[in-house]
Design a binder for this molecule. Structure first.
Ligand code: HPA
Ligand code: ZN
Length: 357
């Protein structure tokens, strides 16, 4: 990448007035993996706290391992890094560090993925994971004035029986989990593999989303399955939908939210996909802008907005639309949604910015 995306004052090359508008925007983050927020400093501290020996001896050495150029390459670094997470306090500290950082970038609502199987598969109890994350959510709601939700993802490269067992394990904690999703390696792991699990999750009252990663073999078929066979409420990434205009129409009609992550796209495909994202935005599909795995990509939500605004030449009104979409498709109560939308609308009105006409 030619632009320093970690420097908000220059990222994306957007004009300073638009950059200031983006920095101050009240935001909803709908696509962030809590395990993807593990900064090298915290990884080091948790390894020490838990007496775990890491091959890397410095923060810089850890950061150097956070290098990736495809989804598969990324995932082979990502999962082993999680072994430093052992106690409920570890999960709490990870989530609270993310929420604190996000709040500093204007995030007032965060919906966060977590991967229980990445922990239960190495002997960490489900209760340890969810209890730590839940405690961080409560703290953020009380002390940072945010609203939060947790989304439980199944690892799609594992067996559907393990996903179903994980769903059963989650039932006593239903009140703490708004939705289920699907992440990890998409190759040969279509949404239909988990049709039964999703149906049961729906019966149990969970909302449903699924990653449809960028430029995967079978991307458009997976998007079709997610919409037609699974009946998802949202799609994570999913911008390959532009390949099929009838699916775009369907997504628009249903008001499906797409949680896009431009800098993640740049890392894993070499292309931010600013074209498809802005085409969808301009055609009235509810696309949103998010950070995905911020510690691995070195950028949080503000940098993603800046990068996308620069690459797609978004107007201030279009940026407002992008931010508004996120609150509209967020899994908030009607009252919470009204409160957040009123805050956003007041922010825009004070600056004389209105939605695109
Ligand atoms: N795609 C699939 N799995 C993931 C991702 C992603 O973007 N981030 C973390 N796990
Ligand atoms: Zn993701």
């Amino acid at each position: 990448m030619s632009i320093d995306l970690t420097d908000p004052s220059t990222a994306g090359g957007v004009d300073p007035e638009l950059a200031a508008f983006i920095e101050g925007l009240p935001k909803a983050e709908l696509h962030v993996h809590l395990e993807g927020t593990l900064e090298p400093e915290l990884k080091m501290a948790l390894a020490e706290r838990n007496g775990i020996e890491l091959p890397e001896k410095t923060v810089e050495e850890i950061r150097a391992t956070y290098r990736l150029e495809s989804l598969t390459a990324f995932l082979t670094i990502y999962y082993p890094a999680m072994r430093v997470l052992v106690t409920a306090d570890d999960f709490h500290d990870l989530a609270l560090a993310y929420l604190t950082k996000a709040r500093s970038q204007g995030v007032v609502h965060a919906e966060m993925f977590f991967d229980p199987q990445a922990h239960t598969s190495r002997g960490v109890p489900f209760d340890t994971v969810i209890s730590g994350y839940r405690r961080a959510c409560i703290t953020a709601e009380r002390e940072l004035g945010m609203t939060t939700r947790l989304i439980m993802c199944f690892l799609r490269d594992m067996q559907p029986e393990y996903a179903m067992a994980t769903l059963m394990e989650a039932l006593p904690y239903k009140e703490w989990i708004i939705a289920v999703g699907l992440d990890s390696d998409e190759r040969d792991n279509p949404p239909s593999k988990f049709a039964e699990v999703f149906a049961r999750a729906r019966q149990e009252g969970f909302l449903v989303t699924s990653h449809c990663d960028i430029d995967q073999p079978g991307s458009i078929d997976h998007i079709r399955q997610a919409l037609h066979d699974i009946g998802v409420d949202r799609i994570d990434h999913g911008t390959n939908i532009v390949e099929d205009p009838t699916l775009v129409d369907l997504a628009r009609q249903r008001g499906i939210g797409f949680t896009c992550c431009p800098i993640s796209n740049e890392f894993v495909t070499g292309d931010m996909k600013a074209g498809p994202i802005s085409d969808l935005l301009r055609s009235g599909v509810r696309v949103t802008c998010n950070s995905d795995d911020p510690s691995y990509f070195g950028t949080y939500i503000t940098e993603n907005f800046l990068a996308l605004a620069g690459a797609a030449d978004l107007s201030t009104s279009e940026v407002l639309q992008l931010a508004r979409n996120a609150f509209e498709v967020a899994w908030l109560s009607p009252t919470q949604r009204d409160v957040h939308l009123a805050t956003l609308d007041a922010y825009a009105a004070e600056r004389g910015v209105s939605l695109p006409t």
